[in-house]
Design a protein around this ligand. Structure first.
Ligand code: SF4
Length: 327
């Protein structure tokens, strides 16, 4: 680990000013991923700007949207009465992530910015295009059991590790970013990127911007939603496959379906075709199976992760069944 300068700030404006002053600086809040990356030599910022005292911890209903500050901890969001009542899908997804100790310090913004857990990315002796552009991808023909089956490129097949982000995509969230020219808002589904030819870029945050909050519109999914995470052990494990499912039901008719997957792509993977197929249909096992089949178009395994080609559709069907029964 290299020496670095530690700075502390109490406002978003001063945090941005410090960031813009030195391109090789990074924000730190919970630090649950960043410190690992620094210890392993994957990243080496010269300055760490501690933003824990910037007032961005709000969780509140404003009009028809729930606003969650970037520095609200994962535990605070998961346990908040408003989130449990209105957005239980988000609460369950957060509870499925990491351990209680980590959730107590990890923040919403940090969760969004966490990096892949691909083993080659963390091993600086190994080739990895994400860590060092042009060095190759060790996982393509190597250990790739945890890796992507959708939206892959010949440069990188890593997955985004977050559970929270999968739920936020399914819930039509937006992200508010603050930069030198003020705030801009983007859809959560457009925040993270596919690897393409630039696997070093995980998301569309500009170098001189910071995440300030997430906004989630109220919906009618609370009665019929479920976050199903399939993993190697019951806690503190990343998803092999996860599904965030929300159904708006009238009798047994689906008025709208909200579906996203985790553990399968470089970004949370929205199942748009399945959502369109299910809209207006009966909530039956047959329709759920057809939705799962549609979701698997263009899926591709890389050897060790071929099992996901079966696990993923089965998880979609099960998540939809559990969401239907939830009420
Ligand atoms: Fe690196 Fe991506 Fe290949 Fe993993 S999958 S070794 S992160 S380039």
């Amino acid at each position: 680990m290299i020496n670095f300068q530690y700075l502390r700030t109490t406002s978003a404006k001063s945090a941005l000013a410090l960031l813009q002053k030195d391109k090789n600086s990074k924000f730190i809040a919970g630090g649950t991923n960043l410190i690992d990356l620094m210890k392993r030599g994957v990243t080496a910022p010269e300055k760490l700007i501690d933003i824990n005292h910037v007032p961005l911890k709000q969780i509140e209903l404003i009009g028809t949207k729930i606003h969650i500050g970037a520095l609200a901890t994962n535990s605070a969001v998961a346990d908040h009465a408003l989130i449990k009542e209105k957005l239980p899908l988000l609460s369950w997804a957060l509870q499925a992530g990491a351990s209680a100790q980590l959730r107590n310090v990890a923040t919403v913004g940090g969760n969004m910015m966490q990096r892949t857990r691909c083993g080659y990315f963390y091993d600086t002796e190994m080739p990895c295009n994400k860590r060092e552009a042009g060095s190759g991808c060790g996982a393509l023909e190597g250990f790739n059991r945890m890796h992507a089956i959708f939206g892959t490129s010949d440069k990188c097949i890593a997955v985004h590790p977050s559970d929270m982000c999968v739920a936020l995509v399914a819930l039509d969230a937006e992200v508010v970013l603050l930069g030198p020219k003020g705030e801009r808002k983007i859809l959560f589904k457009d925040f993270h990127r596919l690897a393409g030819d630039t696997p070093q870029l995980d998301n569309n945050l500009k170098p001189d911007e910071m995440i300030v909050r997430v906004e989630i519109p109220l919906n009618n999914l609370a009665k019929h939603s479920y976050y199903l995470k399939v993993r190697d052990r019951a806690s503190y494990a990343f998803a092999l496959v996860s599904v965030a499912a929300g159904l708006e039901l009238e009798d047994n008719k689906i008025l709208s379906a909200h579906l996203a997957m985790g553990g399968v792509a470089h970004k949370p993977w929205r199942l748009t075709k399945a959502e369109e197929f299910l809209k207006g249909k009966e909530a039956t096992e047959e329709n759920f199976a057809q939705a799962a089949k549609l979701s698997m178009e263009n899926a591709k395994g890389f050897g060790e992760n071929n099992f996901k080609l079966k696990l993923a559709p089965n998880t979609i069907i099960e998540a939809l069944n559990l969401a239907k029964r939830k009420a």
